[in-house]
Write a protein that binds this ligand. Sequence first.
Ligand SMILES: CC(C)(COP(=O)(O)OP(=O)(O)OC[C@H]1O[C@@H](n2cnc3c(N)ncnc32)[C@H](O)[C@@H]1OP(=O)(O)O)[C@@H](O)C(=O)NCCC(=O)NCCS
Length: 318
Amino acid sequence: MEDVLNRLTVLVNSPSLRIDKAQAVAEVIKAARAYRWVGLYDVTLEEVAAIAWTGSDAPAYPRFPVTKGLSGAAVATRVPVVVQDVMTDPRYLTAFGSTRAEAIFPVAVAGRVVGTIDVESDRTNAFSRADEEFLKTCTSILTPLWVLTTPRCVLRPIGAGDARPLHDLWSSPAVRRFLWDDEVIPLARTRAVIDQNQRMFGDRGVGLWGVWPADSPNLGGFAGLWPFRDPPDVELLYGVSEHLWGRGYATEVAQAVIAYCFDSFDIPVVRASTDAANTASIRVLGKLGFGFVRRSTVGDLDTVFYELHRRARSRASS
Ligand SMILES: CC(C)(COP(=O)(O)OP(=O)(O)OC[C@H]1O[C@@H](n2cnc3c(N)ncnc32)[C@H](O)[C@@H]1OP(=O)(O)O)[C@@H](O)C(=O)NCCC(=O)NCCS
């Protein structure tokens, strides 16, 4: 079993797309204990959404409300739900007609469930104590699939369930000033950005992460790479709720995103731009080690452009 756990550790920390890692991980878990099907899911405030699963059989419900099914029970209680005979459990949502036993293991970080591992068997009473121990160890080894962590924060990809708190953050006067040129955007636009974000994470492994300070249940900010310009080029983007400003949060979370991008993808440079008047943001870029590239007018905005090269980062951290 140690072999399997080592393989999972290597896989989850390997430099490849999250969805590919999740699928490979699901296959390893399935093969390790001869399960019939294994799926990995994201959990947000509103829904449970499949990331990847074994084989070519998509689950009947690739996404469902966070309160539903055995998953809903595991998320609400933050403890594993193991059902040895699904026919006797009214909470069970049929995914495959042949499922007889199902176990849902929640992945919790800083008191919040961010994902689940869903394991199904075609035998009743399929799960032994050894299975439970194995799956519990898997949840801790696999945590990096769901989150980035910093000394004070947990970051996870923003999903549909985050629309309202993200919209409130983006609508606040201090944050929208430079982010949305002071416009209060419609909620539908926030939702459209989130849809695009989910596609970005699926296709490219990057996008916007939500930031939750470990001492609060509320969304405190966001950070990530986002496409700007025409033709689109991804740039570093971040923002923090005003009550947290000036305490190093933006620098801390942006550092985690940059480390993830350089460590996971073969990219030589991370770019960033900001309004020339956004002094705090320019200071953050300076603290992160970005170098000034140029200043130009984009639309009618006086904009400054910065870059952080992989080799400069290696030098700074050596
Ligand atoms: C820009 C922003 C992300 C900074 O967040 P933060 O958590 O306060 O950032 P940090 O605490 O890591 O660093 C801010 C730095 O700017 C400095 N700063 C803040 N306001 C400043 C000002 N008006 N003039 C000069 N420096 C300023 C702070 O003193 C600090 O530097 P220091 O550590 O050397 O003291 C935050 O102001 C924000 O969310 N703004 C709205 C969204 C935004 O503009 N995003 C930028 C991309 S469009």
